[in-house]
Design a protein around this ligand. Structure first.
Ligand SMILES: [Zn+2]
Length: 392
């Protein structure tokens, strides 16, 4: 039991899933483009009356940001003077010299104007806010007019202030964000159309060309290079005929059976068309031995680290399959029930048929309702042999 659990955990930790990069990470990465925040402004000598503060709030006076914050009793939120949100009624507003004081009084920071992030440098703060805004709106066309409206600035001034801090225009910044996101999506193995779409590009041929010139190559080629993780493979004899094991640095990514090595290599090429495939130089022997002892039952729990991609559904099915004991079988509908989706027998059959690592994930232990040995990706004969080996 403990061994089995270990294998399951290994399987889970070694699986890689396509990820979509979030824009929050982009914000982090770009923060180095901003100048270090200068020290907080010295308080302006002399008391400022609440009436003058209120005037600044009504005017959304950006120049007064950092001097004070205003808190709204009805919402429990505090803002900087320039917050673009709707103005509250005067009688609900109180003023605090610093964000900490407003928080001590029980107010929380406004998500829109982020009064806490104020660095004392309005220009740099504005640029930072614009960056965040752009990162959150990459899938929309962002025009200067649009930004001007969002930040209550004339498009001309907004662009000038942004460029003064970052040295590039908002549009160039948006382009660089999209490019980063696209690269990351492609590296994660997303298909080109989806990667482009998720990075805020359309999929028109014009954009494709533009992207290609920025990447220095076509997105397909970039993706291919990125996931051309070199795969090592080796072929060996097994009770089921010739067997191929292929692995990345992280674990076994493919186990196949065929009559000849040529057939096996063809199969590997179909599975990983863009990978660099190299014959193994001795590192895979232990895994070949482990797999053989799994097949013969000599050590049915032998652990094999796996590096496979799976949808959430496939992962659930495959994890369940690993819990079927050596020598036992389950029907497709039993597996469907086992993963809590009793009506998904057909999808379970599909998940079995797409198992990339034969035997390591024992999809051969799933049989038809009447006990008949039905389809197997590697042929019914091999499935029969495997089950017989497990019975003896
Ligand atoms: Zn606010």
């Amino acid at each position: 039991m403990r061994l089995r659990r270990t294998l399951l955990i290994m399987m889970q930790t070694n699986m890689t899933f396509p990820t979509m990069a979030g824009s929050a990470i982009l914000a982090e990465e770009h923060s180095d483009m901003l100048p270090a925040s200068s020290k907080s402004k010295e308080p302006i000598p002399g008391p400022i009356s609440d009436d003058r503060r209120w005037d600044a709030v009504v005017a959304r006076d950006r120049a007064r940001d950092g001097e004070f914050v205003f808190a709204v009793a009805t919402t429990g939120v505090y803002c900087r003077p320039s917050c673009p949100a709707r103005r509250p009624r005067r009688e609900n507003v109180s003023f605090y010299a610093r964000p900490e004081k407003a928080e001590k009084a029980g107010f929380r920071a406004c998500l829109r104007c982020r009064p806490r992030s104020f660095s004392g440098n309005p220009q740099s703060d504005l640029a930072k806010e614009i960056c965040r805004y752009i990162e959150q709106h990459l899938d929309e066309p962002i025009t200067l007019e649009h930004l001007g409206k969002a930040f209550l600035q004339s498009p001309f001034h907004l662009q000038r202030r942004f460029k003064a801090v970052l040295g590039i225009t908002p549009r160039e910044y948006a382009d660089s964000c999209r490019m980063r996101l696209l690269k990351r999506n492609l590296q994660a193995g997303d298909n080109v159309t989806r990667a482009m779409y998720d990075a805020g590009y359309g999929s028109s041929s014009r954009l494709y060309e533009k992207t290609s010139s920025q990447l220095g190559m076509t997105p397909d080629k970039y993706r291919r290079g990125a996931i051309a993780a070199s795969i090592r493979y080796t072929c060996a004899d097994s009770p089921l005929g010739r067997m191929l094991i292929a692995a990345t640095e992280r674990g076994v990514c493919s186990i196949q059976f065929a009559r000849s090595d040529g057939e096996l290599l063809e199969g590997l090429k179909r599975e990983f068309p863009f990978a660099v495939r190299k014959p193994d130089e001795g590192g895979l022997e232990a895994w070949v031995a482990a797999l053989l002892s799994k097949i013969t039952g000599k050590e049915s729990n032998a652990a094999l680290p796996l590096d496979i991609r799976a949808t959430a559904f496939q992962r659930r099915v495959w994890t369940y399959l690993q819990s079927i004991p050596f020598g036992a079988t389950r029907s497709y509908s039993q597996v469907a029930q086992g993963i809590g989706q009793p009506t998904a027998s057909r999808a379970v059959a599909r998940a079995c048929a797409t198992n990339p690592v034969a035997v390591a994930i024992p999809c051969h232990r799933v049989v038809r309702e009447d006990g008949n040995i039905s389809g197997y990706r590697w042929g019914v004969e091999r499935k029969k042999t495997l089950l017989e080996l497990e019975q003896s």
